[in-house]
Design a binder for this molecule. Structure first.
Ligand code: NAD
Length: 489
């Protein structure tokens, strides 16, 4: 049974959705609007104001003024921490509203919002509030009459561009480390999912941040996003999205020497070793790809299994797939919601067609012919590494199962991809787990688990999956310039 949408959520959806610039909600200068759709019903939820070049410029100017203001630049780190903790408290207070907003806008089940997205999002502010007072430089002894010390200075104005798959959580991953070190930010949510970020803006205002420290401006990638990456007064771009857009941003950023971190796509291997405990591995591997309806950058979309267990494991995956409920994220029974948009639905459906045309066998799944952009968990067997479905990021609930005969072979095959975001290993042998983990070219390796993230642990990619790391102390480097000061005694 679907739960009722909260009156607060209904009220929020009726309000005019404005850009958040310089601490105030404002209309877009040209009156541009974006429709926001509920993927479970294919109906429009509301329209939001969409930033264009003039709005981006206003937001960057506000962020610059704020960065250079006495109030922010000289703020005691403990006060910055207090503001961040205030924001975390407010997110916690409004947790039900935020859960429903992302479920309505993205389609993901409420269970995922409460189980993962929301605690992770809130904890970002608490975790990085703790770092504000601990992000110190070094003193370095030099031979002779000198000593040297380093200062960790904020990079400046950070332009942050995020995708639609974890709308609130991605916003918090980006904003928290940046403001912890004293940067100011202009965040552009994905055009499909601006709602929770705009609600976050209300909470930023209520938490008491100085004007212009956090600016949130929905808009299209090719207008607002492009204006942000081209803007001369943006010091740094932190981008999460597709490798194709990341490559474009990397080229553009060169013109103005912007600092850059890129969190991009993946085609991650999830390896079942011959000694794996299948009772744990089957659900683990299943949710490794199907969580968030497969719209997850680190999804374990290539599952490697020992050749002599191939049919048995495929059968078990199919059996498991048939037990899960698909439907509206507002119904607590459902674990798989609709894909984000018609466009994404068509793209995933065409990969399924392509897989069958290439000669792979669909063991279960396919599109659902009903209202909403639903695709069932789809398992492909008899797949070869050369097939498109085994090489390209599908970004939907589609997994390919590939056989291997030796440890050496599976390591080679797992690494045989331009991507390097994540990998999984299922085994009862901890020695071989470490040995394989060290040889996989991936930013995160999960052993007997998958898709776990924590504000304290780094996350990011090798190769075409990007560079720089989110979370942990590593993310603070993304927003810091190190200055070396020499003293002649
Ligand atoms: P996308 O690259 O199309 O869009 C991502 C963001 O970039 C959106 O906000 C969009 O408006 C903006 N954008 C698009 N074109 C732009 C341009 N020319 N200039 C500036 N901004 C522009 O990606 P998507 O389809 O929204 O997201 C899915 C992709 O994101 C997948 O490839 C997925 O793997 C990746 N992703 C990676 C991570 C990670 O942490 N590595 C996390 C989530 C998603």
């Amino acid at each position: 049974m679907e739960i009722d949408v909260l009156p607060e959520v209904k009220d929020f959806l009726k309000q005019e959705q404005l850009l958040f610039i310089d601490g105030e909600f404002q209309k877009s200068v040209n009156g541009s609007m974006l429709p926001v759709v509920n993927p479970a019903t294919e109906q429009e939820l509301c329209d939001v104001h969409a930033a264009e070049q003039e709005d981006v410029d206003a937001a960057v100017k506000a962020a610059r003024r704020s960065f250079e203001s006495e109030e922010w630049a000289s703020m005691d780190a403990r006060v910055r921490a207090k503001l961040m903790n205030n924001l975390a408290d407010l997110l916690e207070r409004d947790i039900d509203i935020l859960a429903q907003l992302d479920t309505l806008n993205n389609g993901k089940p409420l269970s995922e919002m409460y189980g993962s997205d929301l605690p992770n999002a809130i904890e970002q502010f608490r975790y990085y509030a703790g770092w504000t007072t601990k992000w110190t430089g070094q003193t370095i002894p030099i031979a002779g009459e000198f000593f040297n010390y380093t200062r960790h200075e904020p990079v400046g104005v950070a332009g942050q561009i995020i995708p639609w798959n974890f709308p609130l959580m991605m916003a918090c991953w980006k904003i928290a480390p940046a403001i912890a070190v004293g940067c100011t930010v202009v965040l552009k949510p994905a055009e499909q999912t601006p709602l929770s970020a705009l609600y976050l803006a209300k909470l930023v205002q209520e938490a008491g941040f100085p004007k212009g420290v956090i600016n949130i401006i929905p808009g299209l990638g090719k207008t607002a996003g492009q204006a942000l990456i081209e803007h001369e007064d943006v010091d740094k771009i932190a981008f999460t999205g597709s490798s194709k857009t990341g490559q474009h941003i990397m080229k553009m950023a060169a013109d103005t020497f912007k600092r850059l971190t890129l969190e991009l796509g993946g085609k991650s291997p999830n390896i079942i070793m011959p000694d794996a405990d299948l009772d744990k591995a089957i659900p683990g591997v299943f949710y490794g790809i199907m969580a968030n309806k497969g719209e997850i950058c680190c999804a374990g979309s290539r599952v490697f299994v020992p050749e002599n267990q191939y049919e048995d494991i495929v059968d078990k995956m199919v059996e498991f797939a048939e037990t899960v409920n698909i439907g509206s994220g507002l119904d607590e029974e459902n674990v798989i919601g609709p894909l984000i948009s018609k466009q994404q639905f068509n793209q995933v459906a065409s990969y399924i067609e392509e897989g069958m045309a290439e000669g792979a066998e669909k063991a279960c799944g396919g599109v659902l012919d009903r209202e909403g952009y639903y695709i069932q968990p789809t398992v492909f067997k008899n797949v070869t590494e050369e097939m498109q479905i085994a090489k390209e990021e599908i970004f939907g609930p589609v997994v390919v199962v590939l056989p291997y005969t030796s440890e050496e072979e599976v390591i080679q095959k797992a690494n045989n991809t331009p991507y390097g975001l994540a990998a999984g290993i299922w085994t009862e042998n901890i020695r071989s787990a470490h040995k394989i983990a060290h040889r996989l070219k991936a930013g995160t390796v999960w052993v007997n688990s998958y898709n776990l993230t924590d504000p304290a642990t780094p996350f990011g990619g090798f190769k075409a999956s990007g560079f720089g790391r989110e979370m942990g102390s590593y993310a603070l480097n993304n927003y810091t310039e190190v200055k070396s000061v020499w003293i002649n005694l």
